[in-house]
Ligand binder design. Structure first.
Ligand code: FES
Length: 114
């Protein structure tokens, strides 16, 4: 059996995981919210900027289904909950561009280094 070719992924600085699981959809990350998140990332220029490049991925569940919508920024190990679109503007400016977590939205940090 031949293996399929390995996918190519453009280098990125941060991986933004956006939960679109049932609970997070009920808390606001529905299809319209997800589209708006994409528009905000595009408008901020972080999808293309080679130094800031953010790779967004939607995930089915991050295992923290209370107080959604839940997002996680890796490799920083920063987990956000209850993220409104206005909060997401702050996450873009302060964290994805500025490199500092938005502490009042953080509910968890991890994984921790061994
Ligand atoms: S559905 Fe979003 S964390 Fe589980």
């Amino acid at each position: 059996m031949t293996r399929p070719p390995k996918p190519q992924i453009v280098e990125y600085r941060r991986h933004l995981l956006v939960c679109t699981g049932r609970s997070c959809v009920a808390d606001g990350m529905d299809a319209a919210g997800l589209i708006e998140v994409g528009h905000k990332l595009m408008a901020a220029g972080v999808l293309r900027d080679s130094e800031l490049r953010v790779k967004p991925s939607r995930v089915d569940c991050l295992g923290a289904c209370r107080s959604g919508p839940v997002m996680c920024v890796q490799p920083d190990g920063v987990w956000y909950c209850g993220v409104t679109l206005a909060d997401f503007d702050r996450i873009i400016e302060q964290h994805l561009i500025g490199g500092r977590a938005v502490d009042d939205l953080v509910f968890h940090r991890g994984p921790v280094a061994a």
